[in-house]
Design a protein around this ligand. Structure first.
Ligand SMILES: Cc1ncc(COP(=O)(O)O)c(C=O)c1O
Length: 408
């Protein structure tokens, strides 16, 4: 069997060497990082670092066991309780990642008599988790409520039906229409599970995510999420919901049963991260302001954005090489973004199938941005205007340098 291998990307991912912050050091020098999922700037927060060190000193490094044998410390159960209190759920179970949380969910809850109805653009981990399950699978078109309803009708004879969706779609930064999904779920007697990895801590009161943002938290059966983004940005994931479901997962979920417990360092640091996030209205307000400002400025400069309110901001270029070229050019100016082409773009924006993904996350830190050390900061050298269909040379120069750095 032969598989072709794509050439290595020209972007500098994986090569940064300084601590997480708004600026990182890559081969090209120090750059402003607009790619990380460090939404609230907590990935290098001193209180979290301190908690991690304490966790290491007091509880050791590795558990050398899965949770149910001898891999559970008070830190793990405390963190589960803290997350439940934070989200207002009855119980929570930790996993090594949200990928595992999604991977170990569906086969426990559903069997051949049931149906899972999944948004076509759900995260890979939901897709893989669903594949492991014996229930029938139906896919509705991306965020298409008419199609969701059709699939609910189609599965009328199933014993149980579960609708699965991302809360915030990671590539485009748009939100699942949870209010409408819940209405349909109630009408057709289905349950809803939300992967809220990109919205926990970011949206909703106290950062409770998309279920709270849409005022339907009490109608969502299960939430899965990650500790690897806004909640400190290290690793770890969880599933949260009714007590009976969490108990069932504890007894049967394979990634929980057959994979090591995550280290005390992470449990201790995540505990602090959840506390900071729950009290983090100021950080969220700042993140919102930054995202709104950034969206408005880019729009004023003539760039085409996927509309929305999430801090993931996708700028559409309509062409993969152009988006990559823009990303490379921005890197020269000391701004790190990545170009990406996804099927979501092809589907929802025919003709604009590629964009430069530009989440405004790293500079949401409570600390001010450090001054630019970009060697080429004031550069106004010519670039081929012909390759930038909608923008003048001047607007690009502004975007690349001063405006981005002026974001508070
Ligand atoms: C929507 C969504 N779900 C799950 C994951 C996986 O999270 P983790 O890194 O904790 O496995 C991601 C990470 O990219 C994600 O974007």
């Amino acid at each position: 069997m032969r598989r072709s291998v794509r050439p290595a990307s020209t972007n500098p991912s994986g090569r940064s060497s300084v601590r997480r912050g708004a600026e990182i050091r890559v081969a090209q020098g120090e750059v402003l990082n607009l790619c990380a999922n460090n939404y609230l700037g907590l990935a290098n927060h001193p209180a979290i670092r301190e908690a991690a060190i304490e966790g290491l000193h007091e509880h050791g490094y590795g558990m050398a066991s899965v949770r149910f044998i001898c891999g559970t410390q008070d830190l793990h159960t405390q963190l589960e309780q803290t997350i439940s209190a934070f989200l207002g759920t009855e119980g929570t179970i930790l996993y090594s990642s949200c990928f595992d949380a999604n991977g170990g969910l569906f086969e426990v809850l559903l069997d051949e008599q049931d149906t899972i109805i999944s948004d076509a653009l759900n995260h890979a981990s939901l897709i893989d988790g669903i594949r492991l399950c014996k229930a029938a699978r139906l896919r509705y078109a991306y965020s298409d409520m008419t199609d969701l309803e059709a699939k609910l009708r189609e599965s009328a004879t199933s014993k149980h039906r579960l609708i699965a969706t991302d809360g915030a779609f990671s590539m485009d930064g748009d939100l699942a229409q949870l209010d409408r999904i819940v209405t349909l779920a109630e009408r057709y007697d289905a349950a809803v599970i939300v992967d809220d990895s990109h919205a926990t801590s970011v949206l909703g009161r106290n950062g409770q995510g998309t279920p709270d943002h849409f005022g339907v938290a009490d109608k969502i059966e299960i939430v899965t999420s990650t500790l690897g983004k806004a909640l400190g940005g290290a690793v770890g994931g969880f599933t949260s919901g009714r007590k009976e479901i969490i108990e069932l997962l504890r007894q049967r979920s394979r990634p929980y049963l057959f994979s090591n417990s995550f280290p005390p360092v992470i449990a201790a640091a995540a505990q602090r991260a959840v506390t900071l996030v729950a009290q983090g209205d100021e950080l969220r307000a700042r993140l919102r302001e930054n995202a709104t400002f950034f969206r408005a400025q880019l729009t004023a400069l003539g760039f085409r954005l996927i509309p929305g309110e999430h801090p993931i901001i996708s700028v559409m270029f309509g062409d993969a090489p152009l988006a990559n070229k823009m990303a490379e050019r921005l890197l020269e100016e000391g701004v790190y973004v990545v170009g990406s082409a996804t099927r979501s773009c092809r589907k929802i924006k025919p003709g604009f199938w590629c964009r430069c993904r530009r989440p405004i996350r790293e500079n949401s830190s409570s600390e001010p941005l450090p001054p630019s050390r970009s060697r080429r900061r004031n550069r106004r050298d010519p670039i081929e205007t012909s390759i930038w269909p909608d923008q003048s040379l001047q607007s690009i120069s502004l975007l690349q340098t001063d405006r981005l750095r002026a974001i508070p």
